[in-house]
Design a protein around this ligand. Structure first.
Ligand SMILES: O=C(O)CCC(=O)C(=O)O
Length: 275
């Protein structure tokens, strides 16, 4: 068992996130990076825009990450033993682009209720202050949902550029991870990340999110995979796991799941962004 220990759980409860949690070896993380580069080369449109979501439906390597027992042990410590994979997103920051992620709370726009869910951010490359790692506003998860302004900034990697204003930067902490390490963050924590100023890619694979079986999607429809335990509530349609890369039916399914996801992310939005 790689359950979170008492200190890690205290960190999560006090600060709204726990980091770093060791999951993969450097070689395993490098394999995943290679998978991304292979897909990008062979199917250049697959991982861009809305396609950055739910790559675990078309790649057994990403699927296996979602079902990794070390990750699930840590997640179980937070949300209990009945665990569903509610979706995934690749957050890639290329060095020559100005991509950033504005301050936000995931709970504001994801639609999962009750908040028995947690977001797992797995570093596929190192993530540090130079290349735009996340910064977390410790303790902000204990406050209410804050107002978010939809900015649609063209370099913002969030769908609508939703932004919490007036975040006290001095109260935020860089979430520095080595490739293969994970952080887990609370639905309510305010977090964001700056641009990549290095000459290497920064890649995070984010299970967004692991949800307890008792968690419904109140803004639309999602598909789930059973990661552990039972789905006693049966709120969601279950998706099958891929057995080969880019199987045609799996690709169609991924697109369908992403169309549904887009309706959630842009519910009541004035316009549709590029993700
Ligand atoms: O990858 C990033 O910089 C931000 C990701 C994020 O906001 C999240 O995982 O909730």
């Amino acid at each position: 068992m790689s359950a979170l220990n008492g200190k890690q759980l205290k960190d999560y409860n006090d600060n709204g996130f726990v980091s770093p949690v060791n999951i993969l070896s450097l070689e395993e993380a490098a394999e995943i990076k290679k998978e991304i580069e292979y897909i990008e080369k062979k199917w250049p449109n697959e991982l861009i825009g809305l396609g950055r979501n739910n790559v675990h439906y078309i790649s057994p390597i990403f699927d296996q990450v979602c079902h990794n027992s070390k990750i699930l042990d840590a997640v179980e410590s937070i949300i209990g033993k009945d665990i569903l994979v509610g979706g995934t997103t690749l957050f890639i920051k290329d060095p020559d682009k100005k991509g950033f992620v504005s301050w936000h709370q995931d709970a504001k726009y994801i639609g999962f209720e009750p908040y028995n869910w947690v977001t797992a951010w797995l570093a596929i490359t190192d993530a540090n202050e130079e290349n735009g790692c996340m910064r977390m506003w410790s303790g902000s998860h204990k406050e209410k949902i804050k107002d978010h302004k939809d900015t649609y900034d063209k370099n913002n990697l969030l769908t609508r550029g939703q932004t919490v204003q007036d975040v006290p930067i001095e109260k935020t902490t860089p979430n520095i991870l080595k490739a293969g390490q994970l952080s887990l963050h609370h639905p309510m924590i305010v977090h964001g990340s700056g641009p990549n100023k290095s000459n290497q890619r920064r890649i995070g694979f984010v299970i967004q999110s692991y949800i307890g079986a008792n968690v419904d999607q109140v803004l639309g429809k999602i598909f789930v995979q059973q990661a552990r335990g039972k789905d006693t509530f049966k709120y969601h349609e279950h998706a099958k796991r891929p057995i080969e890369l880019m199987n045609k039916n799996d690709m169609i399914f991924k697109n369908k799941a992403n169309e549904e996801l887009s309706k959630i992310f842009y519910k009541d939005a004035k316009k549709i962004g590029k993700f």
